[in-house]
Design a protein around this ligand. Structure first.
Ligand SMILES: [Mg+2]
Length: 251
C-alpha cells in the first residue's frame, strides 16, 4: 500500500468549479485510510491559498499546507535566488508574488497569463531573456480544458520565448522532477512509496514515473482516447472514485 497519494486537481477532483462525481467521497476515504495526501496543480490563474479555499468550498477535506502549486514553487525559487521577477502572469495570481522584494527585473516568470500574453508583453520578456534573465515557467502543458473545450496553456508560449531567445526555460511545476521531489520530501515519503494520479498523461503520469513514483491516469478531465499509449506502464482508471475503490478493496 502507498504511504502517499499525490492528486492533480483539475480534471481529477474538479472541473469548471464543480467537484467531479464521487471525487469528494473518494478523497475523504483516502484521507481516512491514513495515506498522506498532497494536492498538486500547475494552475497559474489562482494563488495557492485560493486553490485551497476553492477545494474546501467544494467539500474536499484539504488543509492549505497540503496544496502545492507551480506558482508557489516559482515564488520559493525567486526568494532562494534573490531574483526580481518580470511577471507575465494572470492578474488573479499577483497576490502570490505581492510581498516579494522589488527591484529591476532580472527573471521572467511565465504563467497562463491569458490576455496579457500579447506581443508587447512577450517582446519585453524576450528582451530580458536576451540580457541573461532566466525564464521560469509554471509548466509546459500544451492545453487545458474548460467548459468542455481545450484552450492554449502556458507551454506554447514558453516554447515561443525559448525559440526566440535561444534559451531553455526552467520549469518549476509539473512535469519537472524537482516539483514532485519537493512534495515527497515535505511529506517524508520516498518516490517508490507514492502514487501520482492525473488526467495529463505527459505532465502528471509520465513525469511522475520518470522520478520513480507509480502513477495512475484517470479517464476524466482533459484525457483523450489513446493517451495511455504515452505511458503504457501506468495504471489507468475511469475516475478517481474507481481508483480509490480498487485501492482500498485490495488492502
Ligand atoms: Mg489535470
Amino acid at each position: 500500500m502507498f504511504k502517499a497519494v499525490l492528486l492533480d486537481i483539475s480534471g481529477v477532483l474538479a472541473e469548471d468549479g464543480e467537484a467531479l462525481p464521487g471525487a469528494v467521497e473518494a478523497v475523504a476515504r483516502l484521507q481516512a485510510s491514513g495515506m498522506a495526501l498532497r494536492f498538486l496543480t500547475n494552475t497559474s490563474r489562482r494563488t495557492s491559498a485560493a486553490v485551497g479555499e476553492e477545494l474546501q468550498r467544494l467539500g474536499f477535506p484539504v488543509e492549505p499546507a497540503q496544496v502545492f502549486t507551480a506558482p508557489g514553487a516559482i515564488r520559493r525559487y525567486l526568494e532562494r535566488h534573490r531574483l526580481f521577477p518580470y511577471l507575465l502572469i494572470h492578474e488573479k495570481l499577483e497576490p502570490e508574488f505581492a510581498d516579494l522584494p522589488r527591484g529591476e527585473p532580472n527573471a521572467v516568470v511565465l504563467g497562463d497569463a491569458e490576455q496579457r500574453l500579447d506581443y508587447a508583453h512577450l517582446d519585453e520578456a524576450f528582451r530580458l531573456l536576451l540580457e541573461g534573465a532566466p525564464l521560469l515557467a509554471v509548466g509546459t502543458n500544451r492545453y487545458f480544458r474548460q467548459a468542455g473545450t481545450l484552450h492554449l496553456d502556458a507551454g506554447p508560449f514558453v516554447r515561443a520565448l525559448e525559440y526566440a531567445a535561444g534559451v531553455e526555460a526552467r520549469v518549476l511545476g509539473k512535469p519537472a522532477g524537482d516539483f514532485f521531489r519537493a512534495v515527497l520530501e515535505e511529506a517524508g515519503v520516498a518516490p517508490g512509496e507514492a502514487l501520482m494520479v492525473g488526467d495529463d498523461v505527459e505532465c502528471d503520469v509520465a513525469a511522475a514515473m520518470a522520478v520513480g513514483l507509480q502513477a495512475c491516469l484517470v479517464r476524466s478531465g482533459k484525457y483523450r482516447p489513446g493517451d495511455e499509449a504515452q505511458a503504457p506502464e501506468a495504471r489507468c482508471e475511469a475516475s478517481l472514485a474507481d481508483l480509490v475503490e480498487a485501492l482500498l478493496a485490495t488492502r
